[in-house]
Ligand binder design. Structure first.
Ligand code: FES
Length: 119
């Protein structure tokens, strides 16, 4: 059975088989969704926000819940795209990544302050 998955913000709708993950749905249709750990629930780069059809997705597992707590832009309907399985029509938002939210940002800020001090 196929289900419609609409990806925001570009409003691209694709059709996928039951129990495909959101990550699989995106990548199979050329939709960019970061997945730094390769879908092993070890990062949060595949974070998505469910905008419609939350009941049409697999339930949150403990591992996903724990990992989501590390997510900077956590919302009430946040999920990890590599963990959540599609079981009906859904609308999913892929959040914009802040290019300045990088690991080591604190070091970068300190570096900037040191530069100012050295003037
Ligand atoms: S790709 Fe790393 S948790 Fe989903």
């Amino acid at each position: 059975m196929k289900h419609k998955v609409t990806f925001l913000p570009h409003k691209i709708t694709v059709e996928v088989e039951t129990d495909k993950t959101i990550m699989e749905a995106a990548l199979a249709h050329g939709i960019e969704l970061e997945h730094n750990c390769g879908g092993n629930c070890c990062c949060t780069t595949c974070h998505v926000i469910v905008r419609e059809g939350e009941a049409h997705l697999s339930a949150l597992e403990e591992e996903e819940t724990d990992r989501l707590e590390e997510c900077a832009e956590l919302s009430a309907t946040s999920r990890l795209g590599c963990q959540v399985k599609i079981r009906g029509d859904v609308m999913i938002e892929i959040p914009e990544r802040d290019p300045f939210r990088l690991d080591g940002l604190d070091e970068l800020e300190n570096f900037g302050e040191e530069l100012l001090r050295s003037d």
